[in-house]
Design a protein around this ligand. Structure first.
Ligand SMILES: C[S@@+](CC[C@H](N)C(=O)[O-])C[C@H]1O[C@@H](n2cnc3c(N)ncnc32)[C@H](O)[C@@H]1O
Length: 255
């Protein structure tokens, strides 16, 4: 009997859900990280450029300690690993063992830390061998929200940062921003062009949104990081990124 098709749309995409995707041989690298290929194919160089503008030490300095929380297995972590090799950085990769097994192991450059972040932050710090100069957590926070308390995530991430270190928690779907955009004429036109449907896209207001990250969650995380001694900023993504109209980046900078 052939394998039943994997129902990507209804698979709960938490840490455990991604472990199943990682080992599913029917899926390509973008599908294994939960993206329809059209959302990422051809965009990875622009995404990396946007990341590097917010983490400039990665390209200006050498020999840094870098961390990627939830690298997945598609093109983005491969580009980052290449950059780390070229600049003499080491990069600690934190993801499930199944996902990490799909990434190249480059001796002297990559260090693996399998497990669920932020639970494994102690293990991460000891494998890193010192505090991190740059931390990236891209397109992951909304999944961490399903498994962990986001204040624990901010506390652990701030604790990993070296003085002058930066953490970019990028590509966060902001439900409030999404509602604001789709309530506009431009948003409705975008929706029509994307779906091919003429039906107006109804944007519900004044309803609870369990499990969604919104302005309130994000400003709470900003204040949590500030209270722990970091500068913290909510930033837009470059307009050439595929989900810039509904996602935000959170940048933490240790003074
Ligand atoms: C949407 S993918 C993003 C991959 C990559 N950062 C990118 O943007 O191409 C999310 C990744 O985060 C990982 N992940 C989810 N929750 C995690 C957690 N609590 N700790 C570590 N990794 C996690 C998943 O296994 C998956 O590889």
């Amino acid at each position: 009997m052939s394998d039943p098709a994997l129902d990507l749309a209804n698979l709960p995409l938490d840490y455990e859900g991604f472990r199943k995707l990682a080992t599913d041989k029917r899926l390509g690298p973008h599908e294994k990280i939960g993206f329809p290929p059209a959302y990422r194919e051809g965009f990875e160089a622009a995404i990396l450029a946007d990341i590097l503008a917010k983490l400039p030490a990665l390209t200006c300095e050498e020999g840094l300690r870098v961390v990627d929380i939830g690298p997945g297995c598609a093109g983005l972590p491969r580009l980052l690993i290449d950059l780390c090799r070229d600049r003499g950085h080491t990069i600690l990769l934190i993801d499930s063992p199944e996902m990490l097994a799909l990434l190249p192991d480059t001796p002297g450059v990559t260090i693996r830390c399998p497990g669920l972040y932020p639970k494994n932050v102690g293990e991460a710090l000891s494998r890193l061998g010192g505090p991190a100069d740059a931390i990236l957590c891209y397109s992951v926070l909304h999944y961490i929200y399903l498994d962990s308390n986001l204040f624990d995530f901010v506390d652990a991430t701030v604790a990993m940062l070296a003085p002058a270190g930066r953490a970019l928690i990028g590509d966060i779907p902001n439900h409030s921003k999404r509602r604001r955009f789709f309530a506009t004429k431009r948003g409705q036109a975008f929706h029509r062009a994307f779906t091919g449907s003429d039906q107006p896209y109804e944007v519900a207001y004044e309803t609870p949104t369990p499990g969604k990250i919104d302005d309130a969650v994000l400003t709470g995380l900003v204040q949590r990081a500030q209270a722990a001694g970091c500068d913290a900023y909510l930033l837009p993504q470059g307009a050439d990124l595929p989900m810039a109209n509904r996602r935000d980046d959170l940048l933490l900078v240790r003074p």
